[in-house]
Write a protein that binds this ligand. Structure first.
Ligand SMILES: Cc1cc2nc3c(=O)[nH]c(=O)nc-3n(C[C@H](O)[C@H](O)[C@H](O)COP(=O)(O)O)c2cc1C
Length: 207
């Protein structure tokens, strides 16, 4: 059975357009794949631990090929548990707005927590980073108020949102990535018509 992890990065709940877009995708996907198992990770309500000194030390210990003891072991176990929820999924549905050119801070915190050596990636001293995830797909539902792929850049912003997400997913080994965009969501003559067009794209992709 396919496991889908649905990550919501906007704190706007029912008002979130990125989540609404992802919801439209998921509704269509569920209609054609009723057995799909969905795990929803709402970053607005999820309690994420601070990335404190013990967690930094635990990560460096793994990179140095050493083993953990005491507080570092506790920290590493906590990171592993959070990352394992991500690793358990076959498909990622990621709904995120652009915040200041990039990702909302809680989403970046989540990525920093789970993007760990030996769990999501490895490092070859000669060839560089390699991803440890295999045969996984991601669908990105992206919103931004002023930025749009067809808007002049940098005047209306620079896209560190989709570019960063794809960099991160690629480094973890996720190569198959699709995008659905409602961009711009504010600077448009007819936001509702543009949103409905994005929903139609989302449904087409899911079908
Ligand atoms: C803190 C914050 C920062 C934002 N930064 C940008 C930005 O850099 N570029 C942009 O085009 N829109 C920016 N926006 C607007 C949101 O990306 C836009 O309203 C989006 O549609 C919200 O998606 P949501 O409904 O899923 O929350 C920002 C909004 C907030 C709250």
């Amino acid at each position: 059975m396919t496991k889908l992890l649905y990550i919501k990065a906007s704190p706007r709940g029912a008002e979130s357009k990125s989540a609404a877009l992802a919801d439209a995708y998921l509704a269509k996907l569920r209609a054609t794949h009723p057995a799909i198992e969905v795990d929803t990770l709402d970053l607005a309500t999820e309690r994420l631990p601070d990335y404190d000194g013990d967690k930094v030390a635990a990560k460096m210990t793994v990179i140095m090929g050493q083993s953990h003891e005491g507080a570092q072991k506790t920290a590493w176990d906590e990171l592993t548990e959070i990352a394992n929820r991500f690793i358990a999924a076959d498909t990622y549905l990621i709904a995120t707005p652009m915040w200041n050119g990039g990702l909302p801070y809680k989403f970046k915190q989540y990525i920093d927590l789970i993007h760990q050596p030996g769990l999501l990636w490895g490092l070859d001293p000669e060839k560089g980073y390699f991803g440890l995830l295999q045969n996984k797909k991601a669908v990105l539902a992206l919103t931004s108020g002023a930025f749009g792929p067809n808007m002049p850049s940098p005047a209306f912003g620079v896209d560190y949102q989709s570019t960063y997400l794809k960099f991160w997913l690629n480094q973890a080994g996720v190569e198959q990535i699709e995008e659905i965009r409602f961009q711009p969501s504010l600077l448009t003559a007819d936001p509702e018509a543009d949103f409905q067009a994005a929903v139609a794209e989302a449904e087409k992709l899911a079908a």
